[in-house]
Design a protein around this ligand. Structure first.
Ligand SMILES: C[S@@+](CC[C@H](N)C(=O)[O-])C[C@H]1O[C@@H](n2cnc3c(N)ncnc32)[C@H](O)[C@@H]1O
Length: 257
């Protein structure tokens, strides 16, 4: 926690808004997507699903596969506590919705479905998109599949299993957006990044959650930034965005989103 506070102070001192951003691609992304204040109809569905989860006392026997939660250690968890402590926030779910829309993402992959708070927002952004999302805990997976069915979110393929095995078995294709939101450990993050690199095309975006969760996650983020195929990166503190656009010179931005 102390590590995160120190890093947040550094972030605040270093970060900017769109001013001084000379790259037209990043300037447009920040002004037209990050800072887009329109109230989209889908935000109501995003809010309603959150409310439903935050009020649910359903208990789930959880199999912990990742670095685990820093808040909850017990094996049986209520849906409401999972939504509160490990779920994508409302602000970020809305940003993900706008991003999937703005970048016209059609093929999306998410590592770490949990209760599907992020998956739902990406599904609403483009009902024609194909969303593959992976969750290792069978009981969470079952709950979330039911929730997607109730909302008639038919463009989601929730696969139950360990990231390593499922990534290997994915049919060869490219993804427009990959959201890395599970297993917050350095080696695992770098391994998923390397193995999914071949699925990236010129306009793909990779989003890494919680790059300041721990010192080793920040080390993973720094290694990712240096990868020769990575051109633009945007550090928004809670998420790290990675782009591969060959027409851009390599540049790292630190922006308040
Ligand atoms: C932080 S939660 C994901 C939150 C979710 N994306 C959301 O929008 O609310 C991370 C999830 O990843 C799953 N997970 C962690 N490591 C995994 C692994 N190695 N294989 C499969 N699932 C894993 C956990 O079970 C957990 O449900």
């Amino acid at each position: 926690m102390l590590y995160q506070i120190k890093q947040y102070i550094k972030f605040i001192l270093k970060s900017t808004n769109q001013h001084g951003v000379h790259s037209p691609f990043v300037f447009n992304l920040v002004t037209q997507c990050f800072y887009d204040k329109k109230r989209y109809d889908a935000y109501k569905s995003i809010r309603n699903y959150r409310k439903y989860l935050l009020n649910s006392n359903t208990k789930i026997e959880v199999t912990d596969l990742g670095a685990g939660s820093q808040v909850m250690k017990q094996q049986t968890r209520t849906v409401s506590s999972m939504a509160k402590n490990a779920g994508t926030t409302f602000k970020r779910a809305k940003l993900l919705y706008r991003l999937a829309n703005y970048l016209e993402c059609e093929n999306i992959l998410e590592l770490g479905t949990s209760l599907g708070m992020a998956t739902q927002s990406m599904s609403l952004a483009n009902p024609k998109a194909n969303i593959t999302t992976i969750e290792g805990c069978p009981n969470i997976s079952e709950f979330t599949k039911g929730a997607f069915k109730k909302q008639s979110l038919e463009n989601i393929d929730l696969i139950t299993g360990d990231f390593d095995e499922i990534i290997e078995s994915l049919a060869p294709k490219t993804f427009d957006l990959i959201f890395f939101d599970g297993n917050h450990q350095k080696e695992a993050t770098l391994q998923y990044f390397e193995s999914l690199m071949e699925t990236a095309h010129n306009n793909s975006v990779f989003i890494f959650d919680d790059i300041y969760w721990s010192q080793s996650m920040t080390e993973a983020w720094e290694t990712i930034k240096e990868h020769p195929k990575v051109t633009v990166t945007i550090d928004t503190f809670f998420w790290g965005f990675v782009f591969f656009r060959k027409e851009q010179t390599k540049e790292h931005f630190t922006i308040r989103a």
